[in-house]
Design a protein around this ligand. Structure first.
Ligand code: FA5
Length: 361
């Protein structure tokens, strides 16, 4: 945990470095990059420092908070001054060359933004980051071995039907198709366990693919965040505690959460976790009518992830002794989280490339 004197030291250094960097900035792009790095509302250095104060006692919070606000105000005023300075330098330069027509309307530069799914993905990984999970990434083109076999789904196992797979045109020595577009981020469970000795605590964000018909809550490609924790003495209580904290961080304390038994061959026991439907507030029907809510299909709940205790067989296959270690795993659907957070009633908006939709985030 970071202490108050450490945070004060960081703020002090940050002020000096930030002002020096701002002086060295040469153009509008540099100014914007500097602004995002230091004053960005989501992940700027000042914001991150303020977030880090949460664990301090109230006296320290007051002292550190006051200094953080002072530094923020100073950086904001320095930024304004630097922008004015650059504008007047530009004006002098251009008018000296006789090229500046001050009567022309200004041209507003088009600023890009992060896709709402990228934003949500970062929010999810940040939430698990606060609980000590590291981020790792894996390949989207996977082998049958990692996507299925290492997850306790051998060839011809009926559980393969749970995942409508997009196979690649590639065969092994026996003439069997052996490469695919990963149907979930779970293959990274085995890849991580093979290469890391417990304790393991990782989250794996990434894109997955399924040969599936699309509807309001299903896409054929979507994003998942896998989670895996393996250590001595990990229990189902740890899984529930972690996922409750995740729901609290991402949705706030008022959202209701439900766990139900579910089957995944790579966990035992397995569950799915749902959150009450944002569209009908969990009622199952459209407010003031008997019409069924089309988002939760009348159930009042939206499933956001599968989870469970890592199956001993999966640990064993990755050379981890199940008599010593236990673990939990989960796989969150990112689009479903974004829909819940923003009240979006059709998943297909995310990939329709309509700028009017995307501009809202
Ligand atoms: C899995 O993919 C498992 N790998 C999850 C898991 C991981 C279970 C670790 C146990 C341990 P499932 O097929 O239910 O499970 O997908 C997980 C989540 O992805 C779902 O809860 C849902 O939020 C999302 N999801 C599934 N299919 C789609 C789809 N077609 N479009 C959008 N999101 C989807």
């Amino acid at each position: 945990m970071t202490t108050a004197p450490e945070i004060l030291g960081t703020l002090h250094n940050l002020k000096t470095v930030a002002v020096a960097e701002l002086d060295a900035v040469k153009d509008a792009d540099g100014i914007e990059a500097w602004r995002i790095a230091y004053l960005g509302r989501k992940e700027g250095r000042i914001t991150m420092i303020m977030k880090g104060m949460a664990a301090l006692d109230s006296d320290s919070k007051r002292t550190v908070g006051a200094m953080a606000n002072d530094v923020k105000a100073l950086l904001e005023s320095q930024l304004e001054a630097r922008i004015e300075e650059m504008k007047s330098a530009q004006f002098t330069h251009a008018s000296q060359e006789g090229r500046l027509d001050v009567t022309l309307p200004g041209r507003r530069p088009a600023l890009g933004r992060l896709h709402p799914i990228t934003q949500t993905l970062r929010e999810i990984t940040n939430a698990f980051g606060t609980m000590g999970f590291q981020i790792v990434e894996g390949p989207e083109v996977e082998t049958d071995h990692y996507n299925f076999e290492m997850l306790n789904i051998p060839k011809d196992h009926p559980a393969r039907d749970m995942f409508d797979t997009l196979w690649l045109d590639h065969t092994n020595a026996d003439g069997e198709q052996d490469m695919l577009l990963r149907t979930h981020t779970s293959p990274m469970q085995a890849r991580v366990m093979e290469n890391t000795k417990p304790p393991v605590r990782v989250v794996v964000p990434g894109r997955v693919y399924r040969y599936e018909a699309t509807d309001a809550t299903h896409e054929w490609h979507f994003a998942q965040v896998e989670g895996l924790a393996v250590d001595e003495g990990i229990t189902f209580a740890n899984l529930k505690g972690t996922l409750y904290e995740f729901a609290r961080l991402v949705f706030g304390p008022e959202r209701r959460v439900r766990f139900r038994c579910d089957f995944f061959p790579f966990v035992e026991p397995g569950v799915d976790m749902s959150i009450d439907c944002f569209n009908c507030d969990g009622a199952g029907n459209v407010k003031g009518s008997d019409d069924m809510c089309r988002i939760c299909r009348g159930s009042g709940w939206i499933e956001i992830m599968g989870a469970g205790m890592v199956h001993p067989r999966v640990l064993e296959m990755s050379n981890i002794d199940p008599s010593v270690y236990t673990g939990f795993a989960f796989g969150v659907g990112v689009e479903r989280i974004a829909m819940l957070k923003h009240g979006i009633d059709d998943i297909r908006y995310f990939y329709g490339n309509d700028a009017r939709f995307l501009r809202q985030f």
